[in-house]
Design a protein around this ligand. Structure first.
Ligand code: ANZ
Length: 844
């Protein structure tokens, strides 16, 4: 039999789609729109399996929606600024632009081979001037609205590479690349005022009904709203300071107060700036990373000042004031009152400096002699050892009542704090979007007039210099604005800025005047379904939500606050891991399997150790190259397999067997198709029965439901079922019309998953239909199934019966069945156990 030549057929359809601009999208107000978007890729050079999965899931949806009659927007672009380009260019003496553009070309070819229904006319790339020009314009708009500002801020500074490091790039206090001890350095940086929208970003989450709950919880925690109060502590000592403010969520533990701790950047530090001991201490502190996790697990160290803080509820209690490494400057007031018994950091600190640990909360079931011993107690309970606060229930009653009391006495004030910090957007890098401002010799800021945009990156520059390569570009830096000679900003924007609004650009990719066109975003936005990895659950999604609020701020004509109506986060693609006897990672391609045992290819005597399946990564060498898969098995098989193994939100296990059997399944579908074509030729006039139509309708119903619920793996199971059914049933006698009508439905329903195959087969039956098949309710309702008949627990036979059959109806059928009725002849039925529609066990 003629084999399915996937190479020829896939190529043919991909060319057909391209030539006919099949997926080009235009505004059509008569139709309901559907904006389907997958997170756009970084052009690293080659697509990986994660891309294959992400874009296949999106493509299934986009194709389904267009079959349903929606006007679909399904675009693709490139998140093309960022460090890898700069590093690769440095290594290979290349221009990052050329490196990036080559990668884009290559990856675009690969994506096309997957058969994605993408409107390539809308392709965008964030490193192109046509894109970042508008981003610079937005920056200036936000600057006018005072949503962008500049401030001095501490950064992780790598003194060898002369560059700022992100928190993740600081490993054990050292730069990830240079290995040099990281310093804390104050730098002038640009910030987006995201914290202005903390409450609004939090409130907005409630309306995002089509977002996974876990993502909303992650965002909520990141925004981190805390309810508490600020308290003013009177200070005694030899410095001109009267009081210090602290933020606390636990004012009810004030009687457990045993020290007050300040951030090393607290304003009081100015009195110690020349103290050599303090300087040493500060240096020591800068070795702990700046992340909260690093602080939580790190050693707690302090520097004792000459000051004493007075407990506002008990003037007789005076405690020492320290600088401590676990107090953050940019949270609350950069000052904490320490209550070691009920806060673990304070407990660690008190142990180290031998400070009092006074228990003021006991668990509900403990007696009044309860004492905190080995670790802080932060659970609920009852206040003790606290004079007039004694007996209050912790935390609900005790916190509120203490705040009320402090407010009455005018020592404290209710306060809500957010963890969310303003977004630092300055990067000391070349390959990014230039920040459109300039400075005079006194450091005053001058926004660059919008008419001068874009501020282009200089080309042909030496990237091998230390620090930011733009710093040394004196010619480029010089700019004349209104007759004044100024110096350009050399920092570029965090690449997260580029991805915070790209979905707007897809609506109006060619507007050269502005980032988007109003009537176009009015029609297409919000994105109906956004699909991407859970690793972007916090920053990218929060920044995008912020960016929309920032554009909407003081802007009547733009009021889109939530960019993504639906969100779906897909799981990872995993693969077994392999090691050789020396413990080196081995890639799947280096392995040969003989009689089910895996060996290294070159030297078959060396047996490899098979490790657990883990998400594909270059470091563990357990990646599979999608390009090879497409070449060897075809895009449809790859799509089929990546969907089949597990639900899209869970991890999928890639395996050779899996892709092989998907490939074989497509071959089987092809031979079914040939049988169908044969049957159509031998035209029969009448149908033998309604089975073919009934089963096909049931199948369509199931597939439709599974598409709606993102249960894409179940669709593949449905496809296998309908194949088996048809493969048998096609031998029976059906009219040409019945066969075509049903087979067309099946092929249309296959279209989202295996589009090349479907298109080819539809063409062979001369179908020009392009519509999601509708099933008949009547036909799917009267579902017939086999009910297992057991007598005393032993299976005795099957009875065919309809879905809603009752127990009595089954007993009647048994009595009429010659074989089954024998088992009950002259028997007394003691009990019946009936599992509706499935099984009946008759105890005699
Ligand atoms: C006294 C106290 C007693 C606290 C106690 C906790 C437990 P959340 O819930 O995350 O908002 N804090 C305040 N400012 C800080 C800063 N700049 N750096 C580090 N820690 C700071 O945390 C609020 C609590 O974190 C505050 O409540 C304060 O410690 C600490 F039994 O005050 B608490």
């Amino acid at each position: 039999m003629e084999r399915y030549n996937f190479k020829l057929i896939e190529e043919k359809w991909q060319k057909h789609w391209e030539d006919n601009k099949t997926f080009s999208s235009k505004i059509n107000k008569a139709k309901k729109k559907f904006y389907c978007l997958e997170m756009f890729p970084y052009p690293s050079g080659k697509i990986h399996m994660g891309h294959v999965r992400n874009y296949t899931i999106g493509d299934v949806l986009a194709r389904y929606k267009s079959l349903q009659g929606f006007n679909v927007l399904h675009p693709m672009g490139w998140d093309s600024f960022g460090m890898p380009a700069e590093n690769a260019a440095k290594q290979n003496n290349l221009d990052p632009k050329i490196w990036t553009e080559n990668n884009i070309e290559n990856m675009k070819t690969q994506l096309k081979k997957l058969g994605l229904s993408i409107d390539w006319d809308r392709e965008i790339s964030t490193c192109s001037e046509d894109y970042y020009k508008h981003q610079q314009n937005f920056f200036l708009e936000l600057l006018e609205k005072k949503l962008v500002y500049r401030k001095e801020n501490y950064v992780n500074w790598d003194p060898v590479d002369e560059t700022v490091l992100a928190n993740e790039q600081v490993i054990d206090g050292k730069g990830w690349r240079s290995g040099a001890p990281v310093e804390r350095k104050k730098l002038n940086q640009w910030f987006f005022n995201i914290s202005k929208f903390s409450q609004d970003l939090l409130d907005g989450l409630d309306q995002l009904e089509k977002w996974p709950n876990k993502v909303k919880v992650m965002q909520k925690n990141w925004i981190g709203k805390s309810f508490g109060c600020e308290i003013e502590f009177k200070i005694e000592g030899n410095l001109p300071i009267d009081n210090i403010k602290c933020f606390t969520t636990r004012p009810d533990t004030l009687f457990g107060f045993s020290f007050l701790a300040l951030s090393t950047d607290h304003e009081i530090s100015k009195f110690y700036k020349d103290d050599p001991e303090f300087k040493k201490f500060r240096e020591e502190c800068s070795k702990t990373g700046t992340t909260e996790e690093a602080i939580a697990v790190g050693d707690k160290i302090g520097f004792k000042t000459s000051l004493l803080a007075i407990n506002p509820l008990d003037p007789n209690q005076k405690v020492p004031v320290y600088f401590a490494n676990f107090v953050l400057m940019d949270y609350g007031f950069g000052a904490v009152f320490g209550c070691p018994a009920h806060d673990q950091r304070d407990f660690d600190f008190a142990k180290k400096y031998d400070l009092e640990i006074k228990t003021v909360v006991k668990p509900n079931d403990a007696d009044d002699a309860f004492k905190v011993m080995d670790e802080a107690y932060s659970g609920s309970g009852i206040i003790i050892n606290s004079k007039f606060l004694n007996g209050l229930k912790v935390p609900d009653q005790s916190v509120i009542e203490t705040i009320n009391l402090l407010e009455q006495k005018k020592i404290g004030k209710k306060k809500i704090n957010f963890r969310l910090k303003d977004w630092g957007i300055s990067r000391q890098r070349y390959w990014g979007c230039p920040i459109p401002v300039a400075y005079d010799s006194n450091g005053n800021v001058y926004p660059i007039p919008k008419s001068m945009l874009p501020i282009k990156l200089p080309s042909d520059i030496d990237l091998k210099v230390k620090g930011n390569p733009l710093d040394g570009q004196d010619d480029w830096k010089k700019i004349v604005i209104n007759g004044k000679t100024l110096s350009r900003e050399t920092d570029t924007l965090d690449t997260f800025v580029c991805s915070s609004w790209y979905y707007l650009r897809f609506c109006s990719p060619t507007n050269s005047e502005y980032g988007f066109t109003k009537n176009e975003i009015d029609y297409w936005m919000p994105v109906d379904q956004y699909i991407g990895g859970i690793e972007h659950a916090i920053l990218h999604l929060l920044y995008s939500r912020f960016f929309m609020r920032a554009l909407s701020h003081e802007n009547e004509s733009f009021q889109i606050k939530e960019p993504f109506d639906g969100l779906f986060t897909q799981g990872m693609v995993c693969h077994e891991t392999y090691k050789d006897p020396d413990g080196n990672w081995i890639s799947p391609e280096e392995i040969e399997t003989i009689n089910g045992i895996k060996y290294l290819k070159k030297d078959n005597t060396k047996k490899i150790k098979v490790g657990p399946s883990e998400s594909m990564s270059k470091s563990k060498k357990n990646t599979i190259d999608p390009e090879n898969i497409i070449t060897n098995y075809g895009a449809d098989a790859a799509r089929l397999f990546i969907l089949s193994d597990s639900p899209p939100h869970k991890d999928v296990q890639w395996s050779e067997d899996g892709i092989n059997s998907s490939f074989k399944f497509i071959q089987k579908l092809w031979s079914l198709n040939l049988k169908v074509l044969e049957k159509i030729k031998n035209n029969k006039l009448n149908d033998q029965d309604e089975e073919l139509t009934k089963e096909t309708n049931k199948f369509i119903k199931k597939v439709t439901e599974n598409l709606e619920n993102f249960s894409y793996n179940k669709i593949i199971a449905n496809m296998h079922e309908i194949y088996s059914f048809w493969n048998k049933q096609i031998e029976n006698s059906y009219s040409k019309e019945t066969i075509i009508e049903n087979f067309e439905k099946i092929l249309l329903s296959f279209m989202p998953v295996i589009p090349h195959f479907s298109n080819e087969c539809l063409k062979l039956i001369n179908s020009k239909n392009f519509q999601w098949p509708i099933y008949s309710d009547k036909l799917v309702q009267e579902e017939v199934g086999n009910i297992v008949i057991q007598v005393n627990g032993k299976k005795r036979g099957l009875i065919q019966s309809e879905k809603g059959t009752t127990e009595d109806e089954i007993l009647e059928k048994i009595s009429k069945d010659e074989k089954l009725s024998k088992y009950l002849y002259q028997q007394k039925i003691k009990r019946k156990i009936y599992i509706k529609g499935k099984l009946i066990n008759i105890i005699v």
